[in-house]
Design a protein around this ligand. Structure first.
Ligand code: AHR
Length: 321
């Protein structure tokens, strides 16, 4: 056989092998092979995120999908690498809980070029909305506004507020701050006197609250926490400082995890605005709509509730996470 013919045969073999690999992936899966979904979770150091991960994993099992899971451990570069790996493996769909709003453009473009729908859960990105299929999550401005209204009500519109912010650059951090300020800006005696990130993390929330107390312990009336985990850390710091959380310093937070309900029952936490992490079923509904060629709104908004300390004891047993 001439050199040129050998080369052509080799090319043909490569094409067949390549085609077989491709057929086993996302484009041409047999009717019986389960759909494969990649889930990129930004972090796993918070109770809220465990609940979200369980929801996404549990629903994959219910629907018979194969789930590839990656925990980015709060490092955006890990998350981008995970999404890239899902694309390379030819998954049928990607569920992405982004760490921050910016920086996902190139990898979202790669998913789009590969024809893989991306459903964003719980946090939005700043990219153009053509870059993802839909976003499923809460209205964080609404959460911040409702929280501020409760604080105004419970303090008579007069409070020196310490704020524990979430991860810098994350959608809920930006919008919970904005929503809270939308309301308190109408009250001249409601002032944020200290504000710093606790990274949505219980340990860091405690550390930042300790620093706040060391600096201004006698001048804080209220702690507004962008999530429950930081509130639990702050409560611990307040106790160790020798004050009574929930009374000497009022504590408010967002999420609605069971630990927060227990803290309300114990009188340590004053109120919670909910942010549901149980997004698995809606995420797969969205992917199924994408696979069926349907068009969904770019934001499928979650419904959240408001919980006051006085109602916590009667509700705690019904909390799922
Ligand atoms: O994006 C949702 C927020 O992020 C939750 O409030 C929080 O606990 C999480 O890390």
């Amino acid at each position: 056989m001439k050199k040129r013919s050998v080369f052509l045969v080799a090319l043909l073999v490569l094409a067949i092998v390549g085609g077989t690999v491709f057929a086993g992936g996302q484009q041409d899966a047999g009717a019986d092979s389960p759909k494969v979904v990649g889930f990129s979770q930004c972090d796993s150091q918070q109770a809220w995120r465990w609940a979200e991960t369980e929801s996404v994993q549990g629903e994959a099992a219910v629907r018979g999908y194969e789930l590839k899971y990656n925990d980015a451990q709060a490092v955006q570069a890990n998350q981008i690498a995970a999404v890239r790996s899902f694309i390379a493996q030819g998954v049928d769909g990607i569920i992405l809980a982004p760490q921050v709003m910016t920086g996902f453009g190139p990898v979202l473009q790669e998913a789009k070029d590969a024809g893989i729908p991306v459903v964003l859960v719980d946090r939005l990105v700043a990219e153009d909305e053509d870059m993802y299929y839909t976003f499923i999550g809460s209205d964080f401005v609404w959460e911040g506004e409702r929280m501020a209204e409760i604080v105004v009500e419970e303090t008579g519109g007069k409070a020196r507020i310490a704020e524990l912010q979430g991860t810098p650059g994350a959608d809920p951090t930006i919008d919970r701050k904005k929503g809270f300020e939308n309301i308190i800006n109408d009250y001249p005696d409601m002032n944020i006197v200290l504000s710093q990130t606790g990274d949505f993390n219980r340990t860091k929330g405690k550390e930042v609250m300790e620093a706040f107390l060391k600096a201004e312990g006698e001048n804080i009336d209220v702690v507004y926490c962008h999530n429950d985990d930081m509130a639990i850390g702050a409560i611990q710091a307040i106790k160790e400082y020798g004050k009574d959380p929930g009374k000497d310093i009022l504590v408010y937070s967002i999420d609605g995890i069971k630990d927060a309900f227990q803290a309300m029952v114990d009188g340590d936490l004053n109120a919670v605005v909910e942010c549901t992490p149980l997004l698995g079923p809606q995420a797969y509904d969205a992917l199924e709509a994408a696979w069926a060629g349907e068009v969904l709104p770019k934001w499928v908004m979650s419904e959240d509730g408001i919980f006051l300390q006085k109602d916590a004891a009667s509700i705690i047993d019904s909390r799922k996470y």
